[in-house]
Ligand binder design. Sequence first.
Ligand code: GTP
Ligand code: MG
Ligand code: ZN
Length: 346
Amino acid sequence: MAKRNLNRRQQWRIQKIQQERLARAKKKQGHLADSLNNLEAIQYHALVISHFGTTLDIEDRESGEIVRCALRQNIEPIVCGDHVVWQHIKNLPSGEQIQGVVTALEKRSNVLARPDFTGQMKPVAANIDQILIVTSPIPELNEGLVDRYLVAAELSGITAVLVLNKVDILSAQQKASLQQRINVYQNIGYSFIFTSARTQHGLDSLYQQLSEKISVFVGQSGVGKSSLINALLPDARIKEGNVSEATNKGIHTTSVSRLYHLENSPVVSSASVIDSPGVREFGLWNIDKNDVIHGFVELQKYAQHCRFRDCKHFNEPDCGVLNAVREDKISQQRFESYHRIINSLN
Ligand SMILES: Nc1nc2c(ncn2[C@@H]2O[C@H](COP(=O)(O)OP(=O)(O)OP(=O)(O)O)[C@@H](O)[C@H]2O)c(=O)[nH]1
Ligand SMILES: [Mg+2]
Ligand SMILES: [Zn+2]
């Protein structure tokens, strides 16, 4: 995976552009400052459904109503799945879309974060039970990306489940060769669900996995995250994109994460899924090198047998990890992937 090296000047420019964008958005919402002095006293609780620009869609806990809100300044970034406190704006002019202001963020049980292209960690979703890492034959399964998602999941303490979508386009031969690569993950203990949003194959298993939980769908652009949610919940009518024939890559159709409830489905009594924008790569990553091993569960297990406490599992004698690789208890690919991530953290 290409590591994106941004020089200081490029980083400075990106930050400047972001600041300007933010300033423009704030100006546009100039009336918000007035609204803040004009709030009804009563405070309500809500679940965040989507957050775009300076606007949020929230679902009121009591009424279940979706309310479009502005965000009080100086609150930390809010994401899908967050629990928030909101207040109505008094004396709204008719036709005003923004009905309330989100005034506080409630404590999170967890947050899935990933680095943006400047290397800063950005929250993606909060209070989630599991991450579904969606992969496909086209765009091709990318183990480097899967491993980075697994590290993010393990470090956030969130269960990760893998999905191989678009099984309808696999020939028997392709299936066999992909299965070998999938075995690597099944052998470590991760579940893989095989689906086709097109033929509905595997949707029952997917339903079962989602039942009674809040899940976030992540993965490369074009693997079919939105298509799967549309297949599970036709009412969602989420826009689906193409996969470029020239590059076999997605075209980044979903630009904003959004939470959907599947409770009307015949099988699931209650389930919520968050559709998220696809990624192309996982950029730079400012996490501690010493933490990466916790994201590679099988390496961590064997690292307990290393002779040296500060073993780098590279060429040390009596290294539990190296021994396990030699004995085929750890896959060479996962071992290399671990070192690639370590080397990318400088
Ligand atoms: N053959 C086949 N095509 C599929 C399947 N699922 C999705 N597709 C196609 O794959 C393309 C991309 O699907 P999307 O659902 O937009 O993918 P996404 O993961 O949401 O992509 P981003 O929003 O860009 O992250 C569309 O042309 C879909 O029709 C499937 O199971 N089989
Ligand atoms: Mg999408
Ligand atoms: Zn070691």
